[in-house]
Design a protein around this ligand. Structure first.
Ligand code: SAM
Length: 231
């Protein structure tokens, strides 16, 4: 499996030293073991997990800046993309959030097993985090959680002014309907980055969004409202 992972990394132009590759392979083993008793990922094949979860998470690496110190991943599930990136960037601090307690318990267990000291977790809903973490993060990550205009309302209040949000999407379909959310939340799209996964050649999109100035304390609205009545 190590050779295969190294091939994928090479094809994707991602540089990771051997110790980080070893830690990620240990995480793969913990994940596949746990996946037998709880539903963490629908993908069962280890090679496919490496490409569609691990490499897909690592695609974000080239958009990271050295000034990005505090990073939040909302709806991290089994740790994608946040836990993978916490291995790749031990000098950055990650808060991994999910509303499902057992997923966060798996992350806590995995982070301890992998010896990661830069990972904190929270099993809150994104909308509830804002009371203690408004305007706190340099960088926001979110993959596979909800429509762009919904996750914008979850994420932008948590970012510092000038902080960036890098949501991962399969295509650009949600962009046009997100214009109102971007405007209401004083944010703009800096760039749309396109990637191809190295084996399947599937397309992946990372939208680079910046928070331009502080936003009204009305956002996020009450828990559940952003998804029920998107901006
Ligand atoms: C489809 S999974 C994606 C998991 C992971 N990001 C990935 O790409 O594999 C979506 C996750 O988002 C979490 N989630 C959904 N809405 C949330 C919210 N409002 N706050 C926190 N987590 C949420 C769910 O519990 C679930 O684990």
């Amino acid at each position: 499996m190590k050779d295969y992972f190294e091939q994928l990394l090479k094809k994707s132009n991602i540089k990771l030293d051997n110790s980080k590759v070893e830690i990620l392979l240990k995480y793969l083993r913990l994940l596949t073991e746990k996946n037998k008793v709880m539903n963490l990922t629908a993908i069962r094949d280890e090679k496919e997990i490496l490409e569609k979860h691990f490499i897909d998470s690592l695609l974000l690496s080239e958009l990271f800046l050295h000034t990005d110190k505090k990073i939040i991943d909302i709806g991290t599930g089994a740790g994608f993309p946040g836990l993978v990136l916490a291995v790749a960037f031990p000098e950055k601090d990650f808060l991994l959030v999910d509303s499902v307690r057992k997923k966060i318990s798996f992350i806590d267990e995995a982070a301890e097993n992998l010896g990661l000291t830069n990972v904190k977790t929270s099993y809150e809903r994104a909308e509830d985090l804002v009371t203690k973490s408004r305007s706190s993060f340099d960088l926001g990550l979110c993959r596979g959680v909800a429509n762009l205009r919904i996750i914008l309302e979850y994420m932008i209040p948590l970012l510092k002014v000038n902080g960036r949000f890098l949501p991962q999407k399969l295509n650009e379909n949600e962009l046009s309907e997100s214009e109102n959310a971007l405007k209401t939340l004083n944010s703009k799209i800096l760039k749309i980055h396109k990637f191809r996964l190295p084996e399947s050649n599937d397309e992946r999109i990372i939208i680079e969004i910046q928070k331009l100035k502080e936003i009204s304390s009305r956002y996020p609205r009450k828990t559940g409202i952003p998804a029920k009545k998107p901006l």
